[in-house]
Design a protein around this ligand. Structure first.
Ligand SMILES: Cc1ncc(COP(=O)(O)O)c(C=O)c1O
Length: 427
């Protein structure tokens, strides 16, 4: 029996909740490994989006019923998402169109507090959405951008280099929680502590990490953290948590009639209320998995708070996904001529999520993705906007082939992925 089989995880009950996972090609269900670009959505999330549009659809603040309901849906979502990131203040949670737009917004406001000669640190493992906004903001303020290098052998962040860049001029450190190219999980708490020692603020991009592990901003100690519900089983939207004092002191670019108070002062224009309703439903879906977990002496889901359920569920998701990582790593390493990027030792699986990137020396990444797509296996090809990484490893313009597993993927799907690659190599 494989380790993944041995980890008790109700994957079939979970899959039944996702209509998209029932899709077939040539009589077989497709194997979706495109979660890093966007996860699939359970029925209850689609119901929440449709329910809002069909029954409560309205702008905010009016006296009549649908406006009152809209206010209630959105206020509830602030609380639910605060629980999701481990925050106790729902007003410090901001909704926006997506992580990129939110980051461009915040970075412009932060840049107004910087002086020429101030420094900003970004990393070569980050998605460009946590790099270019800071480069543009630094340019506007005359600040200097420093880039943390990667270890060439496994693409992990060079922590010594990071520490050597920190100094009393550092104003901000922008770090990814997990890489959407290699799956590496960064030591964000330690990096945050080091940044705070020199008085810098810390902005964490948790977009890739969010479906894989419990986020706890209080434990990390960061100043801002951003994620995107469409990567954790919700609709297209972005969410930011920030320290109340910073969100109150910084000046947003905003219209005069829009609120000056939190959270509204950072929520530009009319939001996608249906996406906000769906984002809360995605968190409720995750918390609700607690009730599916086999009883093993832990408190049953219904007796726990939402935050406690999320902790319990993510502990089990991590166990299950680690076993998928083991299978993926094992299988992929046996494919002839494969060049894998990222942590490749099974002893270090706790430092990665099951997102794998690879190339073959003699063929295009697109050809591999097309071959697998024709066999009902969905993987991505390209740079995944993790441009600093693909540039550092000389992988432009083709990038990598990337397969990312989530808690709804199965061992059988991992075998199909590996078998598809073996056939591709021996064709
Ligand atoms: C790690 C990471 N950061 C940021 C982003 C950008 O997020 P959004 O599409 O919400 O702007 C992505 C999207 O793929 C991502 O994977």
């Amino acid at each position: 029996m494989s380790t993944a089989d041995a980890v008790a995880w109700p994957v079939e009950q979970i899959r039944q909740q996702f209509p998209a996972l029932q899709r077939t090609l040539n009589g077989r269900t497709v194997a979706v490994f495109d979660g890093p670009a966007g996860s699939q959505v359970p029925q209850r999330v689609a119901d929440a989006v449709a329910g809002y549009l069909l029954h409560s659809n309205c702008n905010r603040g009016a006296a009549f019923a649908t406006a009152v309901e809209s206010d209630a849906v959105i206020e509830n979502a602030h609380q639910v998402l605060a629980d999701f990131v481990g925050a106790d203040d729902p007003e410090s949670v901001i909704f926006g169109a997506n992580m990129t737009s939110i980051t461009l917004h915040i970075s412009q406001s932060l840049a107004r507090t910087w002086q020429p000669g101030d420094e900003v640190i970004v990393t070569r493992l980050d998605h460009d959405a946590n790099v270019t906004p800071w480069v543009l903001a630094a340019e506007a303020a005359g600040a200097v951008v420093r880039h943390v290098d990667l270890h060439p052998e496994d693409g992990t962040l060079n922590q010594e280099h990071y520490r050597s860049l920190l100094n009393e001029r550092t104003r901000l450190v922008a770090i990814g929680y997990a890489s959407n190219a290699t799956g590496t999980v960064n030591p964000v708490r330690e990096m945050t502590t080091a940044a705070h020692q020199v008085g810098a603020l810390v902005y964490i991009d948790a977009v890739h990490y969010a479906p894989h592990g419990r986020i706890d901003v209080a434990e990390i100690g960061c100043d801002f953290l951003v994620c995107s519900p469409y990567k954790f089983f919700g609709p297209h939207a972005g969410v930011l948590w920030g320290r109340r004092q910073l969100l109150e002191e910084l000046r947003p670019r905003k219209l005069r009639p829009s609120p000056n108070t939190l959270p509204g002062r950072w929520m530009t224009g009319t939001q996608s209320h249906e996406a906000i309703a769906g984002s809360a439903a995605a968190v409720e879906y995750l918390a609700g998995l607690s009730e599916l977990l086999p009883g093993d002496g832990e408190a049953r889901g219904k007796d726990l708070s939402r935050s406690e359920k999320l902790c319990q569920v993510f502990t089990r998701i991590q166990q299950y996904e680690r076993s998928l990582s083991e299978q993926m790593l094992d299988g992929l390493q046996q494919v002839q001529g494969i060049q894998l990027y990222g942590i490749g030792s099974s002893g270090d699986l706790s430092q990665r999520v099951p997102t794998f990137s690879w190339t073959f020396p003699d063929c295009s990444t697109r050809d591999v993705a097309v071959w697998l797509a024709d066999r009902g296996v969905h993987v991505w090809n390209g740079n995944h906007y993790a441009l600093p990484f693909t540039e550092s490893f000389g992988l432009e313009p083709g990038g990598t082939v990337r397969a990312g597993a989530l808690h709804y993927n199965t061992v059988e799907e991992v075998h199909r992925l590996v078998d598809g690659l073996q056939e591709f190599r021996s064709r």
